[in-house]
Design a protein around this ligand. Structure first.
Ligand code: ZN
Length: 351
């Protein structure tokens, strides 16, 4: 056994990330490079100024910043650079595997081709795997404030890529952005098409949204979502807790945005989820816009807030590998690495 500090334990822990938006990993310095490359004027000229402008207090004010950043992504090379930067960053944090959300509608509506986006991502995924050993897949997200028709048309446009997940690495579909008035049921048809093709399903049920309990119910019961992204409001309804437990749903919790939307509630939220016997994972969400809090930092936040023990942290990491949409052979490799880690490292308090 090797004695390490909690910080070192968190750094070395083998990890999988299941809730990160690629467009949300756009760091201020890459924004500046893209703006120069594409001749796109920026309001701020330094990375520090850009980051100072990241002030938000709820989902719509966050999305306004996010959509502004998306405009900078123009070419296949831009999408490559975005994806490679994220993968290089988290590979250093011992993330062995990641399932990454992306929002094709935000690019298609600006006149870009689906292929431009996906070719850039796929090339970066291949190169990052070669350079760092990190494996990754993609989850195509629908923008919930856009129409059901737009989601379905995007699905049709993506069809050739969805048919070949071995090439495109798109293994599932998700649902994100502004939840108010946009329940999962709005997209039932497109999710049914995805499910019929053998794609995996997940949906955001963001914190403290209007009709959140009905949205969670629809996602789990009517649409058959395999995971819930955020979904903490499940705690307020015993019948939803039971449903989530029975269906073996995994929750992708993100401490960084939660701290903004529910300040001071992290400890109780995490402890209540664990006490309810629900499977949770810890993830970053949009680290480019959230003080560069990636996986290790997100786990450190959760650990500090809820006094998570080394055993609980290993279980949280195990939950992520178990909920990942990969082959059993690949999963076995990651779980063996985690097992090795658990037998090698022991946390000691600093002297
Ligand atoms: Zn999210």
């Amino acid at each position: 056994m090797s004695a390490v500090s909690m910080q070192e334990f968190l750094e070395k822990l083998p990890k999988a990330e299941l809730h990160v938006h690629l467009e949300g990993t756009l760091e201020a310095d890459l924004k500046i490079r893209l703006a120069e490359r594409n001749n796109h004027p920026l309001k701020s000229s330094t990375a520090e100024d850009i980051r100072r402008g990241y002030v938000y207090h709820d989902l719509p004010s966050f999305l306004a910043l996010y959509y502004e950043g998306v405009e900078l992504l123009q070419t296949e090379q831009d999408f490559y650079d975005l994806c490679y930067a994220y993968l290089a960053k988290v590979a250093q944090q011992n993330v062995l595997y990641t399932e990454i959300f992306f929002d094709p509608q935000l690019h298609i509506r600006r006149g870009l081709d689906f292929g431009t986006v996906i070719r850039g991502f796929n090339a970066a995924q291949e190169d990052a795997e070669r350079d760092f050993g990190i494996r990754s897949n993609l989850i195509l997200c629908f923008i919930r404030e856009m129409s059901a028709k737009s989601a379905d048309e995007t699905f049709t446009q993506a069809f050739p890529y969805l048919e070949r997940p071995d090439r495109s690495r798109i293994i599932g579909v998700g649902l994100d952005s502004d939840e108010m008035g946009n329940p999962p049921a709005k997209f039932a048809k497109t999710f049914a098409r995805a499910k019929a093709m053998g794609l995996h399903l997940t949906m955001h049920c963001d914190l403290d949204q209007e009709n959140t309990h009905e949205h969670i119910r629809q996602a789990l019961q009517d649409l058959g979502s395999e995971r819930l992204d955020h979904g903490l409001n499940v705690l307020e309804k015993p019948e939803l807790i039971t449903m989530a437990r029975e269906k073996g749903v995994t929750f992708t919790i993100c401490p960084s945005p939660n701290d903004v939307i529910r300040p001071g509630r992290s400890r109780q939220d995490i402890r209540d989820m664990l006490a309810a016997g629900l499977k949770i994972t810890i993830n970053s969400d949009d680290p480019g816009y959230m003080q560069s809090v990636y996986m290790t930092e997100s786990l450190a936040k959760a650990q500090a807030a809820a006094d998570l023990t080394p055993e609980e942290l290993i279980q949280i990491s195990r939950n992520a590998f178990e909920a990942a949409w990969i082959s059993d052979a690949e999963r076995g490799t990651y779980l063996a690495a985690l097992q090795d880690f658990a037998q090698t490292y022991r946390v000691v308090a600093p002297a």
